[in-house]
Write a new protein. Structure first.
Length: 175
């Protein structure tokens, strides 16, 4: 019998996320000079920072290559940001080797077909509520939140709570 997502969460040491459709709602605004503008949820940003501060590995693998996205994520303390990744499996393999971790320790949240190969490899595959059917079909956990609307916060908070690390961050910061 396959484990439930709550049974897998205690082994997670690493979070991997796609950007468009996960950290954003998947919509872009195109300016007259061709610049692509994305919106990110501040609550997702808080949770990413909390995970970094709690000592989790956090990695971004995105097919997009917007430098504004890199700046935003780096400002949250995320060091491993792979943009322009058209074959996400290559970056996944590189990261696993670099961090000396196993695939079973990784939670990957994606929303569309380019995420499929990596999601099949990880310990916990997750997706937003509005992910495509193929991704929902292989996900251990489907957030009740849509992409860009708190799905990242949802999954990080759940893992940290299961591992007893969610409340710890408040005690350390606000004592």
């Amino acid at each position: 019998m396959e484990k439930s997502y709550k049974e897998i969460m205690p082994q997670i040491t690493t979070f991997m996320f796609d950007v468009d459709g996960v950290l954003t709602n998947g919509l872009i605004t195109i300016t007259t000079n061709g610049e692509l503008i994305r919106n990110m949820n501040i609550k997702d940003g808080y949770a990413l920072k909390a995970a970094v501060d709690a000592g989790y590995n956090v990695c971004i693998i995105s097919g997009g290559s917007n430098e504004g996205v890199r700046v935003r994520l780096a400002n949250l303390g995320i060091e491993d940001i792979y943009l322009g990744a058209h074959n996400k499996t290559d970056q996944f393999k590189e990261y696993v080797q670099k961090k000396n971790i196993t695939a079973e320790e990784i939670l990957y949240m994606g929303d569309d077909i380019p995420d499929f190969p990596v999601m099949k490899k990880v310990g916990l595959a997750a997706c937003p509520k509005d992910a495509v059917a193929e991704i929902q079909g292989i996900s251990h956990y489907i957030s009740q939140k849509k992409g860009g609307n708190g799905c990242v916060r949802d999954v990080i908070e759940q893992v940290l709570k299961v591992q007893g690390n969610w409340a710890n961050q408040f005690n350390a910061k606000y004592d």
